[in-house]
Design a protein around this ligand. Structure first.
Ligand SMILES: *Cc1c(COP(=O)(O)O)cnc(C)c1O
Length: 426
């Protein structure tokens, strides 16, 4: 790939460059296994002495080409696809932290990630301290411990839509000798390039805008190649011999590729959370138009946010692209071309009005999904959070009038007409 290509061109061309007579479109290599001519050739692969394919749980050409495209979009050196966004979040941390270790994480993260960290990874012996995304540098510093191995946050949080001060979080992580891992699902690399602001590792739920058509659950982990794992003794998994590969040392053998090579050769080998090559192919189709879709999502969402803000049945609107939003200035700095298509807002009249509104929509569909090309809506207090009391809803930042709207790429006039007729019924 040409290093100077712009991101729109990379969406189309990065990761796969066909040679003379080869298929123009990314081929689906739907094969679990690969043929070799000699025992020696295969033995070298098993020892990580030669590069090549031998079993799709470790590597597959289709998956690798799509991972390389996403690495190019983020400006990273290497990437690995995972079977879901949840798997990407898990492996990104588990690759550098083990039982007895500690991680600092923003409290403004996807509910599934919060549960993964606070319940499931805790059972594995990894402890998390959650900090406010608005924490001062002093508050951040106070969260670190001797055994802290990473900092994790979302660049634009789902569903609360807080914008991370990436430089502040990166500076704190680096001062304590650990990497900053960010989940960049909502802005995508079209709107935000976290490596340019000091983040070290980026993850995505590719299920969202990257796929964009709601066909395939998936995830990705991308390494900037910038973090020096050898600067201290916090990362023995990367800097000391791996007995399961005859004592190779990842940082010595693979340099800037150490982190992703370890994730593949060790974690995917042992835990096996890879996507099917067919899903990677569908993800690639989504990536080819990512730049066009994200731009339209943001244009439409801005019009919708302005419409809602001016509507007398709407009590509040949260969209970081709106002037006056708490995160407007950070959004202008880190995602100046737009944030995402996701808006949250409240309707006057609480649960009853929100339910009538949602049931009255004709174009927007009720769906437990965001970042789809089709407009969709979710009323958390009536669905995902319906077991909670009003007090509990407030405590977890989901007031009973909150509606989450994921603005699609339909003609915006049709979206606005749909919202207007539903608001009239409230
Ligand atoms: C959806 C989501 C995830 C989880 O991804 P899955 O692909 O559903 O496993 C993680 N982070 C964010 C920000 C998400 O929106």
């Amino acid at each position: 790939m040409k290093d100077n290509q712009r991101i729109e061109t990379r969406c189309l061309h990065a990761g796969y460059e066909p040679k003379n007579g080869e298929p123009r479109v990314l081929p689906i290599v739907q094969s679990t296994t690969y043929k070799y001519e000699s025992s020696e050739a295969m033995a070298k692969l098993f020892d990580l002495e030669a590069e090549g394919y031998f079993y799709t749980r470790l590597q597959n050409p289709t998956n690798d080409m799509v991972a390389a495209k996403i690495a190019a979009l983020e400006g990273g050196v290497a990437a690995v696809l995972t079977s879901s966004g949840q798997a990407a979040s898990f492996y990104s941390v588990f690759n550098v932290a083990a039982a007895g270790d500690h991680v600092v994480a923003s409290a403004a993260i996807y509910g599934g990630t919060f549960n993964l960290f606070s319940v499931t990874m805790k059972k594995l012996g990894i402890d998390f301290t959650f900090v406010s995304p608005d924490a001062t540098r002093e508050e951040l510093d106070a969260a670190f411990k001797e055994n802290t191995k990473a900092v994790f946050a979302e660049t634009l949080s789902n569903p609360s839509l807080t914008v991370l001060d990436i430089e502040k979080f990166a500076a704190a992580a680096h001062a304590h000798g650990v990497p900053l891992i960010v989940d960049n699902t909502f802005p995508t690399p079209i709107n935000c390039r976290p490596f340019e602001f000091g983040a070290d590792i980026v993850t995505h739920s590719t299920t969202k805008y990257m796929d964009g058509h709601a066909t395939s659950v998936g995830g990705v982990i991308v390494d900037s190649g910038n973090f020096d794992w050898t600067a201290n003794d916090k990362f023995p998994g990367l800097t000391t011999p791996d007995d399961s590969y005859h004592g190779i040392v990842y940082t010595e053998r693979f340099g800037k590729g150490a982190y992703i090579t370890k994730a593949v050769a060790q974690l995917m080998r042992d835990l096996g959370s890879i996507p099917s090559p067919h899903n990677a192919f569908l993800l690639n189709l989504g990536l080819e138009t990512l730049h066009l879709r994200v731009e339209r999502h943001c244009q439409n969402a801005m019009r919708v946010a302005q419409f809602l803000e001016a509507h007398d049945k709407v009590s509040w609107v949260n969209y970081p692209g709106l002037p006056g939003n708490k995160y407007y200035d950070l959004a202008q700095k880190y995602m100046p071309h737009g944030t995402s298509g996701v808006i949250s807002f409240g309707v006057k009249g609480g649960r009853a009005a929100a339910t009538v509104f949602q049931d009255s929509l004709r174009l927007a569909t009720i769906a437990t999904h965001v970042a789809d090309c089709r407009t969709c809506v979710l009323y958390p207090a009536g669905t995902t959070h319906r077991q909670l009391t009003d007090e509990q809803l407030i405590a977890c930042g989901v007031p009973d009038d909150l509606l989450r709207l994921s603005v699609g790429i339909e003609n915006v006039e049709d979206i606005l007409e749909d919202l207007a007729q539903a608001l009239e019924k409230c």
